[in-house]
Design a protein around this ligand. Structure first.
Ligand code: SAH
Length: 381
């Protein structure tokens, strides 16, 4: 993104790159190469569409000096809100939805939340879109539980924006810079979720469920992971840290059976429902800490042919990795949003298991930011 495209480049803090996209990709390949050079070759980073890739948009609300309601984001570490209009990374149409919300706030007398005085109604809005379905979910984060005419406000948001399917809310009355709180999410209008698609599979996205934020790149990432696993319909597959079960369901097409393990029980419920809705019978989901589950599998002498793991940024742990070695998958496909912890974990597998790292494929899920995803293939020798 050139600076003239985004006037907020230095203020907003969301973008780390302003060079050409080719240079950004080279930089990401170089970074992954520097981490993995003693293990395996690094492929060139798979690039993404740069604009409009974010299917998840967060906005905070406030007033400008002239008393006009604005939406944007807080400059990191401050209570200063900068107005953001039409961020080129965010999905097309998100700016219009936010504009209509600002206008409706005025007509309904709903005030922006003031972070200094801890007063006001609307703190943040979170939008999520299923890119292939075009359905949008609006989550209103409120500063207190007594906002007047909330249901009518929500109804009007839906009426004014054809793509909006669900409007939900959550109260966050804590003194925090976090957007979400641990309070329950309640539905105001619509079914409480939207539909999204990856390949030809349907997934439900509810306000609190994890879903990758760049749909087309997620398909490329998962296609690469499946290709590396070399499945041939006869394998027993483990999908650790399975979230809403996306990788499990895609892998189920190419293997005999898949067992997904995930500690978030809501995500597991959703995964089970999606599997049923997609008519997939050869997957099973366990709601458990992945390490505890796998340790138990190892104790019971269970075996797996292939393992996918897609842990959070902090990576996996020794309990999981030592059990993984015992259940003995021929191939391990490690998908990572933090190549540094991934490199640490594969070092463990190389040292204590008979694994060699074959290759690492960086995939750019978040253009313009410094984050890069990596898929690593390990094989038993
Ligand atoms: N594979 C999924 C989700 C990856 S995100 C996808 O691509 O959509 C990482 C997931 O790991 C999250 O869903 C998180 O809830 C889960 N997780 C974190 N720590 C865990 C643990 N110790 N055991 C099992 N799951 C865990």
């Amino acid at each position: 993104m050139k600076k003239e495209i985004c006037p907020l480049f230095s203020k907003c803090g969301a973008c780390d790159y302003s060079c050409s996209y080719e240079d950004e990709l080279d930089d990401k390949t170089e970074y992954v190469h520097s981490l993995f050079k003693f293990h395996c070759p690094t492929y060139e980073t798979i690039g993404s569409e740069i604009y409009g890739y974010r299917n998840k948009v967060a906005a905070s609300f406030g007033y400008d000096r002239s008393g006009r309601i604005i939406s944007g984001l807080y400059i990191k570490g401050t209570h200063r809100l900068v107005e953001k209009r039409n961020c080129p990374l965010e999905f097309d149409g998100s700016g219009e939805i936010l504009r209509s919300i600002r206008k409706l706030m005025k007509s309904y007398g709903i005030t922006p939340y003031d972070e200094d005085r801890f007063s006001g109604d609307l703190r943040h809005v979170l939008l999520r879109r299923g890119n292939k379905t075009g359905e949008v979910l609006v989550l209103l984060i409120l500063g207190h539980s007594k906002v007047k005419r909330l249901k009518e406000f929500a109804r009007s948001i839906k009426q004014e924006n054809e793509c909006v399917v669900t409007v939900s809310f959550q109260v966050n009355d804590e003194k925090t810079s976090m957007i979400l709180s641990s309070n329950p999410v309640k539905t105001l209008v619509g079914p409480g979720f939207i539909h999204s698609k990856l390949f030809d599979l349907d997934f439900r996205i509810s306000p609190s469920s994890f879903f990758q934020i760049n749909d087309s790149q997620t398909e490329r990432l998962y296609a690469m992971a499946i290709k590396m696993a070399g499945l041939s319909k006869i394998e027993r597959v483990l999908d650790a840290y399975s979230g809403t079960g996306t990788i499990s369901m895609i892998a189920s097409r190419y293997s005999k059976e898949v067992i997904g393990v995930e500690e978030n029980s809501d995500a597991v419920d959703q995964a089970r429902r999606s599997a049923e809705e997609n008519g997939i019978a050869n997957v099973r989901f366990e709601a458990s800490d992945a390490s505890a589950f796998l340790k138990n599998e190892a104790r019971n002498k269970e075996k797996y042919d292939v393992a996918f793991l897609d842990p959070p940024r902090k990576g996996s742990d020794e309990k999981f990795l030592s059990s993984l070695i015992k259940v003995g998958p021929r191939k391990v496909v490690y998908i990572s949003c933090n190549p540094e912890t991934c490199e640490r974990d594969i070092r463990y597998l190389e040292k204590f298991g008979n694994y060699k790292t074959v290759a690492v494929q960086p995939v750019d899920m978040f253009p313009r930011t410094r984050h890069v995803e990596a898929v690593v293939l390990l094989e038993k020798y």
